[in-house]
Design a protein around this ligand. Sequence first.
Ligand SMILES: *[C@@H]1O[C@H](CO)[C@@H](O)[C@H](O)[C@H]1NC(C)=O
Ligand SMILES: *[C@@H]1O[C@H](CO)[C@@H](O)[C@H](O)[C@H]1NC(C)=O
Length: 224
Amino acid sequence: MERLFVVSILFTACCAVPQDLSGKMFTFPVESNVTRARLLPSGNNFTSATVCLRFFTDLTRSYSLFSTASTIQNNDFLIFKPASKGSFHVLTRGQSSNFYDLPDERNTWNSICSTWDSNSGLVQVSLNGNPSTRKIGFKGNLDGELSIVLGQEQDSVDGGFDAKQSFVGMITDVHMWDYVLSDSEIQQFAKDLNFTPGNVINWRALDFTIVGDVVIEDSPNSCQ
Ligand SMILES: *[C@@H]1O[C@H](CO)[C@@H](O)[C@H](O)[C@H]1NC(C)=O
Ligand SMILES: *[C@@H]1O[C@H](CO)[C@@H](O)[C@H](O)[C@H]1NC(C)=O
């Protein structure tokens, strides 16, 4: 417990300078409505986006993987995992695109990428390199200041958390781009090969703060 505490304080106090978290992961060891990592995006007012990350959990309930809120919408870009296996919901400015039967597994590393394009409104998820159907989402700009949170699902800007939607497990390699990644770039990410780091959120130069018991640890080389 003492170690958790010290690590949390250290990273809460320090974080004006972006950090290279290559080879590291965030461990969320407790279910709570407090514990979270806040990521500072570079830029705002997006016409398209891609978010990719890797996660490891044994949760059987629903949880949030990536929560973005603004004063305009609580679910500006939310990757939400419902309880049923293989289901993922991506919300873009409140509009839910629902995907089923994707090959996620518990107690192992999964990679997920979600793309969104405001012209077509199309949203797609790729789970461990397997693309979903494309479905309709929000058509328009994601403008307004984005509050990005890992570990909790925001029902207001950095608030309104529900422990029963919190993430418990490990997350690494979080990237966000202000464009739609090509299929081959998504494959590269899924295989943990060379890919262009995010220009909005970059795990290798991450601007973040931590609240509560998030532990930063070496990530095992288990992403295939
Ligand atoms: C966002 O960008 C669009 C142009 O792409 C512009 O019309 C709009 O006013 C911008 N929104 C804000 C809040 O700056
Ligand atoms: C966390 O839960 C407690 C007890 O239910 C509640 O009082 C508090 O407002 C919640 N905090 C947040 C940040 O949602």
